[in-house]
Design a protein around this ligand. Sequence first.
Ligand code: ASP
Ligand code: MG
Length: 433
Amino acid sequence: MSVVASSRMVLRVQKFGGTSLADAERVRAVADHVARVHRSGDDVVVVVSAMGKTTDELLRLAYEVSSAPPPRELDMLVSGGERTSMALLCMALADRGVDAVSLTGSQAGIITDTVHTRARIIEVRGDRLRSALEQRRVPVVAGFQGVSVDRDVTTLGRGGSDATAVALAAVLHADVCEIFTDVSGVFSADPDVVPEARRIDRLSYEEMLEIAATGGRVLMLRSVEFARNYRVPLEVRSSFTWEPGTIVTEEDPSMEQAVVTAVTHDTSEAKVTVSGVPDKPGIAARLFRALADEAVNVDMIVQNTSIHGTTDISFTVPKADLSTAVSVCERLRGELGASEVHSDDTVARVSVVGAGMKSHPGVTATMFETLASEGINIDMISTSTIRISCIVREHEVERAVRLLHRAFQLEVPGEHRHPGRTGSLGSSPTIPR
Ligand code: ASP
Ligand code: MG
């Protein structure tokens, strides 16, 4: 399966992550590939990440010399990682007779807001890239960085090279944005947890968004939103085997839809419970406004039905935000009339995702039964039209992932798929209902 017809010339944006460029040998391997694709007649724009763990190392250094590095200087520092990669790759391409030109984010026309370390792209001026392409050159762009409207170097948040690649693909109307990484695509579960997890051939943007948001670490969430908004076809593939990977595009209504496509898990969140709050208008509003004011990123929220006029509110937050969240709740306890604030950082989330869920009831029941049959207690539940998430004990989450992967038969090629339009499950015993 391929995103683009091979009979005509296409424009490919190819992004290479840190592991793909970890050392000189890897840089040469990437150069070989880019040269091959370019020689075949396709136009290529390359986006690079920093080599290996460079960004982590630079950040570690920053915190060794300063307890609170100014964000502007952090951006100046870490943006250097991508600069190294792009220059080295261009040198290797020159060796192979490819006319390549390295460009910083600023030179490539990536204009951002002024929020250092997590800037948002507000405009991409593609003219410099376009003229390079017209001359059959290969622009190699430093990912993860841009220049702010105040003319300072900014970075786009961890994993931001994906966002650079998708933004460039959108503005250049590329045929495909290929995200090269160290895995061969998006898997039905984390292969480290489920050895029989399979590579998914094709996903809709919606499914990919849910997977990225619930623990699938292959793509930066914001880059997927971008790809969906601008309809950029993505392919996640391996720079080690170069085999075809996972294609992420718009949902094709004539295609089969999987009821469940993937089981994801996430151990990065913690739970806060505010108990004994009066059940009256304005309480939740007051609490969540205060949390928002402290930039606490609240995810799942559950409020119990009150029986005696009081209720409990539980929510999850990234572990990094837990202490702030707890102090906000403690501060408001008296004002809200709450009896207790409790936190728990030993929780984890397991989710099942699949576009076919929309039209097929029973997935929730199967999920709960599967967890129940092995004595795994569900603490909180949340759903979207194509996802069901449960909060469970952290030490049980990997077992939960394996059980659900088996229950939905995700290890069996094609078995969990069925015609998306007929609405009938037929008599197939393999489809969970
Ligand atoms: N080098 C940056 C990071 O490690 C950006 C990226 O890899 O996409 O977060
Ligand atoms: Mg990355």
